[in-house]
Design a protein around this ligand. Sequence first.
Ligand code: DC
Length: 215
Amino acid sequence: MNDVEDVITIDGPAASGKSSVARRVAGELGIPFVSSGLLYRVAALLVEEGAGDPGDEREVMARLTGTVVRLLPSLQGDRLTVDGRDVTDGLHTDAIDASVSAVARHPRVRAWVTERLREIPGPFVIDGRDMGTTVFPGARAKFYLTAPPEVRARRRVGERAADLREVADAMRRRDRLDAAQSAPAPDALHIDTGDLTLDEVVSQVMDALSGVGAA
Ligand code: DC
């Protein structure tokens, strides 16, 4: 297992800004950024390829068992392989966005992702929902980003061409589905990103890291 002293966790709900912040912080520290959601997305992809039911835990696990999935962190951008096949570019489709929450709710799938994440050699900055609570409880530093749902919905519309109300509704649905695994770690520093620019959030994180000797 990787040395948790090398891990910085940034958790939060969808569109809270965690991946942009984690990527920037990793860049400033000169270490890779790892997006834990990619592994849930791979699981959803494998189910989709087999025309399986994302709500059926046994079916999802059957797809994952005996399959070698690797998350290869890199300063140029992480790659995901399935039995040596690079699947990275197919993980952010609308179909996977729609099915991944169902896949990520299964306890055995979460345990499988946790094992894969703990295999990744540090150091890295990782974003997700339960990085600071379940996966890396001993991480060197932990952050929890939030923002009001309307702000997050507006950010999403900027990222994808879609109607604002539709996006806000989908976001509330996903928040509900993700709630169980999205509780903040008790020792995480909370940052509300709603009224802050990306630069401002990054500098708050970097300031906090200099306080714990990570920057
Ligand atoms: O961050 P993302 O959009 O790539 O996450 C994809 C899905 O996986 C999303 O439904 C939340 C879920 N997820 C999770 O449950 N736990 C994580 N650590 C990361 C993502």
